[in-house]
Design a protein around this ligand. Structure first.
Ligand code: SF4
Length: 733
């Protein structure tokens, strides 16, 4: 099996890829390299963090971890304190102990020699990774000896490898602003070179998403690649997303999903002499991390028990893993082979794919890929050329094509369906009439029973007041839905709708086919008559709720009492026939087959061919927590992007495709804009149904505009009918 040789790209090619290559294509390129290097293996560690002190003489602007000397929560860990912490960790089957922290004179070389010796004694076999080049350089200076002598003494005490921290960005234009008092780039590189010469493996970070420019990232990676050419001592390059807490450096937002994926993928493609690309789980949303492991990242870091530095920086703690088993399950769910290792990948023999790629730039990628013709590729070529796909072909590409390739073609379809460089959003509010429901859907965590304490019903007056408040806050659309309450008759809904119509300037995009079917039944009138009365009362369009999967075998299992597929479609046809536009939704992840998902798409497409009444399609994944339904397999970010791309490719007659941040999170939904979606959905203000399952993402209008813009689209606020209200052409202050 030939040794895999990754081709080298130039700095100019790298900059061009980072700035211009479609995200899905960049992901595909990086994933190919990752697979050629590691196959499906994905590495993780079970680590404990020991931060000796949060006092620090360096006081970087970008750091939220250090404390002033007199701060109430300032601390210094004595050797005895460390012993207690290590005693606790002795039964945790750790692979790594990470020792990193602030720099103060008291914690000198002697202290660290004692700390590493104690750690080696109490945690034999655990890799003692620690200290950044900044700390080592500082301690050597403090001891009045060379870095080499310092490293020799630390190694003798048990020190196993240098973590990659302190690199930030090497370029002086940036470093002088973000790490004024930190060692210079060359000093950082020199510490790592000496370590490599002493046989101490190290990692290298790159902090991105603050004030740096793309050129500064390429410059940073090129310095790392150059040193690696000399020493080969680096194990992993670690792109680190800057945790913006609004204070440090005046940066408002942490780099978005699209930016993180682009930087990680480019790092994989550019750093051709680095075995691993690591992204740290405790810095991000799990759904995004899943996508990153299919975008060049082969290592997700570790459990990092007791990690404080990222936490202080505002990293989301809700996504953390606490056991190695959790990480193994997470990776297996993504189709990876989980490999528990340590931070120097000891006793692991990297697997090579049976690829042999010639030397020489980007074009090689294209020529190599085009040499292998898969049946999915022929089908995607036809779709890319504008041909309509049939159900059989759709099932083939759904199961066989790399999701990144589906994304690349879906992006082409999106630009055909919605020309221009805009991505839209709507400022809306979700409002529920009642949480009392007689339908008992097994996947629903929102509903309750009349007799329950948490049951509520809002009066039409209350509804109108809340809609008024939403309109005053800027909402242009109101989405009213709720449970099927046995006492709420058609006249209740007519009172709500007409109250809004007569008192508030807002578009009424409300009620689901299931609610309307129930009203008509209770009123003993036809669906069409019921729809007409609702329209006369002020209803202007229908959201496509209650579609879940339009296959009755699935519906009988997940919601036996709910509207059947044909009834849902017929009701939408009736609505379209009286001039009520609607959207169509899909909730997936109930264990349905690919064919059943394609069936759902085809039913929507066929109705659209007849009526043209669907304005948009909105898919999201099933959230199982707090529901009565077993989840056969939790849907991850890759599943979502694959489904979004398929929706765009199959639904060639539905103009708009909405991303679903409520269940997928702001970052993966942003990526959906690169996989065929042209709309970010609603700012929503409030949401009760999905949050009842514990999934509780939040966005606001500013964040939505920022995410659309950072994905390379021009943000535009739209109406319910997709007319533009405001286009944010210029980056407003
Ligand atoms: S999903 Fe809707 S219809 Fe089903 S139980 Fe929940 S509120 Fe009722």
């Amino acid at each position: 099996m030939s040794e895999y040789k990754q081709p080298r790209i130039s700095d100019a090619e790298a900059l061009d890829m980072l700035q211009n290559m479609p995200t899905a294509e960049l992901m595909a390129r990086a994933d190919e390299i990752r697979r050629a290097r590691h196959g499906s293996k994905t590495y993780y560690v079970h680590s404990h963090n020991l931060n000796p002190t949060n006092l620090c003489v360096v006081k970087c602007k970008l750091c939220s971890f250090w404390r002033p000397d007199n701060a109430a929560d300032a601390y210094v860990t004595t050797i005895d304190d460390a012993r207690k912490s290590l005693e606790k960790a002795q039964n945790w089957n750790l692979t790594d102990l990470h020792i990193v922290g602030g720099m103060i004179p008291e914690l000198d070389l002697d202290y660290y020699e004692k700390l590493f010796a104690l750690s080696r004694e109490m945690l034999p076999g655990v890799l003692l990774q620690g200290m950044t080049a900044v700390e080592i350089h500082w301690i050597a200076g403090n001891a009045g000896i060379s870095v080499r002598e310092t490293l020799i003494r630390l190694k003798a005490a048990g020190f196993g490898s240098i973590s990659g921290g302190g690199a930030e960005i090497f370029h002086p234009d940036v470093r002088k602003k973000i790490a004024t008092t930190k060692i210079l780039a060359q000093q950082w590189l020199d510490v790592h070179q000496v370590a490599h010469e002493l046989g101490i493996p190290t990692n290298a970070t790159m902090l991105f998403g603050h004030i740096e420019k793309d050129e500064h990232l390429i410059d940073h990676l090129s310095r790392l690649r150059a040193l690696q050419d000399v020493t080969g001592g680096f194990q992993a390059v670690i792109p680190l997303p800057f945790q913006a807490n609004g204070k440090a450096l005046g940066v408002k937002y942490t780099p978005s999903g699209d930016r993180q994926v682009r930087v990680a993928a480019l790092s994989r493609i550019y750093c051709d002499n680095f075995p691993h690309v690591r992204m740290l789980v405790n810095y991000m949303d799990r759904k995004l991390l899943g996508v990153l492991t299919h975008s060049g990242v082969d290592d997700i870091g570790g459990t990092s028990l007791d990690e404080r530095i990222a936490k202080e920086g505002g990293a989301p703690t809700s996504q953390k893993f606490f056991t190695a088993q959790e990480m193994e399950d997470f990776l297996a769910n993504l189709g990876h082979t989980p490999i528990l290792t340590n931070s120097v990948y000891e006793d692991l023999k990297p697997e090579t794919g049976n690829w042999k790629l010639e030397e020489g730039g980007v074009d090689n990628f294209k020529s190599q890929v085009s040499g292998l013709k898969f049946r999915w590729q022929a089908i995607l070529d036809r779709v890319e050329a504008g041909e309509r796909i049939n159900a059989e072909d759709a099932a083939i590409i759904y199961d066989e094509a790399p999701f990144q390739e589906l994304g690349r073609v879906a992006d082409v379809c999106r630009r055909r369906a919605v020309p221009g460089d805009r991505a839209t959003y709507v400022f809306d509010k979700n409002l529920n009439t009642t949480n009392v429901c007689v339908v008992d859907c097994k996947f629903c965590a929102f509903y309750t029973k009349q007799e329950k304490d948490n049951a509520y019903v809002k009066s039409p007056e209350e509804i109108v007041e809340q809609v008024k408040a939403a309109a005053e806050a800027g909402a242009t659309q109101i989405l009213i839905q709720g449970g099927l309450h046995p006492d709420l008759k058609l006249d209740y809904y007519e009172a709500c709708l007409s109250g809004i119509r007569d008192n508030v300037d807002i578009w009424i995009h409300s009620l689901s086919p299931t609610e309307i079917e129930f009203m008509a039944k209770m009123e003993h009138i036809s669906i069409k008559e019921c729809l007409q009365r609702l329209k006369d009362a002020g209803l202007q369009s229908l959201p496509g709720g209650g579609a879940e999967i339009l296959n009755d075998d699935i519906r009988k299992r997940i919601s036996p009492k709910k509207t059947r597929s044909k009834a849902w479609l017929d009701l939408m046809e009736d609505a379209h026939s009286i001039g009520l536009k609607t959207t169509a939704t899909m909730v997936y992840g109930f264990g349905e087959t690919t064919e059943q998902r394609i069936e759902h798409f085809m039913k929507v497409r066929d109705l659209q061919d007849r009526t043209g009444g669907f304005t948009a399609f909105i898919p999201w994944s099933f959230s199982p927590d707090m529901t009565d339904l077993e989840c056969p397999r939790l849907q991850n970010g890759v599943d979502y992007l694959r489904l979004v791309a398929m929706a765009r490719i199959v639904l060639d007659n539905v103009p708009h495709l909405q991303a679903g941040w409520v269940t997928e999170g702001p970052d993966v939904s942003q990526l959906a804009l690169q996989f065929g979606a042209d709309d970010y959905g609603g700012v929503l203000m409030t949401e009760e149904v999905v949050s009842a399952t514990g999934v509780d993402y939040k966005v606001d209008e500013d964040l939505v505009i920022h995410l659309i813009r950072e994905a390379g689209w021009v943000p535009a606020q739209r109406t319910t009918q997709y007319d533009l209200i405001k286009v944010y052409d210029e980056v407003e202050a």
